[in-house]
Structure formats: structure tokens, C-alpha cells
Design a protein around this ligand. Structure first.
Ligand code: ITT
Length: 210
């Protein structure tokens, strides 16, 4: 697969992800434009896996723009909930089908669902991110990253986005909501794994494509 050069579409409509993906790409000097800035529609996420959804989002943006496109499909998977919200992580925050999102409410839903199972803390969970790169000729590659941790209630911190304030990565004392994006996303110079699921997926992507 040829290395990436030129302009790249970041195929997300999520401002938190867009911020993180731009930060991850910044050292490579790649010119990026977001799906929102191009006025691209949000494709329906009909896939049965994170890979399928990441690839369909990347493919749709590459086809519509004629440029290579990078998409992320991600989610929070809670052991006590059999992996939920998982693929439905964004949907758990929607106020009405396809409506605006309220993550404080989604976090309350996660807490209530866990309590209803009678599970005892620590509440084990992981974040997953699949980053897919699609070329205008239809070629697609995808890369997965995962981070394990526990969930804390009440939520802690106001940084980050989505479920960050309840996710405490293993080995650390602060939630993702108590960390600057630069710390959550840092790519170690010695090649050891980054902290976040998205940065880990990005490390694999960067190795193959940048
Ligand atoms: P796009 O499809 O436009 O990229 P989306 O928000 O709909 O945006 P997903 O379908 O992948 O994206 O939904 C994943 C949800 O999981 C996302 O909305 C977040 O709420 C949550 N999530 C993913 N990564 C996260 C992270 O690093 N921190 C906190 N929450 C995260």
C-alpha cells in the first residue's frame, strides 16, 4: 500500500474525535479537511462490527470527495453489560432517534444498567477504536486499538468528550476526563504503546501508511 501524501479527509462529524485525530496527524504535516467542512453527509452506520462501520464511513467520504479519507469507529465496552454500549455508544447518548447527544445522560444510563446487574466494583471496561483509511480507488485498510480500565461513578473531570469522565485507564489515577488531550493521545518516542485506544489504533495506522 502506498504511503499517504497530499490532502486527507477526516471522516468524522464528532468534534472530540476530530480534535484528537488532527492532533495525532499534526506531526506528519498532512493537510486535513473534515467531513463537516466539506459538507459531506453522515453515512448510516449499518455495520455489525467496529471495522465494518469504520470502513463504510471512510469509503463514503473517499468516494464523495475524491480524496483519501480516514474514519474512526469506536465505543465503550463494559464487561458487566456483556460489552454494551459497544457499537451503540453514540446511540445511548441520543435524545430521540438521531437527535442531539447528552453524554451526562448516557453516563447515568451506563451506571443504572450496571447497578441493575448487581455487579460489584471494580467495573471492568475497555475503549475500542478502529481507524480505517480508504482511497478514492476503493482500497481500504483498518487498524484497531484498545485500552483496558475501570469505570468510576460519579464521573470525574470536564476534559475530553463522550464517556471520558468515567474511564480510568489501568495503572493511572486520573480519568480521561481529567487529562489534557495531549496526555491521552501522546505517542511515546520509544515505540511503546500509547495510552488511548485511538492513539493505539493511530500508531498502527502511522506505521503502515505514513
Ligand atoms: P462519527 O461516526 O462521525 O465519527 P460518532 O460520535 O457517531 O462520530 P461513533 O459512532 O464511533 O462516532 O461513536 C462512538 C462513541 O463512543 C462516541 O460518540 C463517543 O461518545 C464514544 N467514544 C469513542 N471514543 C471515545 C473517547 O476517546 N472518549 C470518550 N468517548 C468516546
Amino acid at each position: 500500500m502506498t504511503r499517504l501524501s497530499g490532502r486527507l479527509v477526516i471522516a468524522t462529524h464528532n468534534s472530540g474525535k476530530l480534535w484528537e485525530m488532527r492532533e495525532l496527524l499534526a506531526p506528519y504535516g498532512i493537510d486535513t479537511v473534515s467531513a463537516g467542512e466539506l459538507g459531506l453527509p453522515e453515512p448510516e452506520e449499518t455495520g455489525a462490527t467496529f471495522v465494518e462501520n469504520a470502513e463504510l464511513k471512510a469509503r463514503a467520504a473517499a468516494q464523495a470527495s475524491g480524496l483519501p479519507a480516514l474514519a474512526d469507529d469506536s465505543g465503550l465496552c463494559v464487561d458487566a453489560l456483556g460489552g454494551a454500549p459497544g457499537l451503540q455508544s453514540a446511540r445511548w447518548a441520543e435524545i430521540g432517534p438521531g437527535g442531539p447527544r447528552d453524554f451526562a445522560a448516557a453516563i447515568e444510563k451506563v451506571e443504572a444498567a450496571i447497578r441493575a446487574t448487581g455487579a460489584e466494583p471494580p467495573y471492568r471496561a475497555h475503549f475500542i477504536s478502529v481507524i480505517a483509511l480508504a482511497r478514492p480507488d476503493g482500497a481500504v485498510e483498518s487498524f484497531e486499538g484498545k485500552v483496558d480500565g475501570t469505570l468510576v461513578f460519579p464521573p470525574r473531570g470536564t476534559l475530553g468528550f463522550g464517556y471520558d469522565p468515567i474511564f480510568l485507564p489501568d495503572g493511572l489515577k486520573r480519568t480521561f476526563g481529567e487529562m489534557m488531550t495531549a496526555e491521552k493521545q501522546a505517542i511515546p518516542a520509544d515505540g511503546s504503546p500509547a495510552l488511548s485506544h485511538r492513539a493505539r489504533a493511530f500508531q498502527a495506522f502511522a506505521k503502515a501508511c505514513l
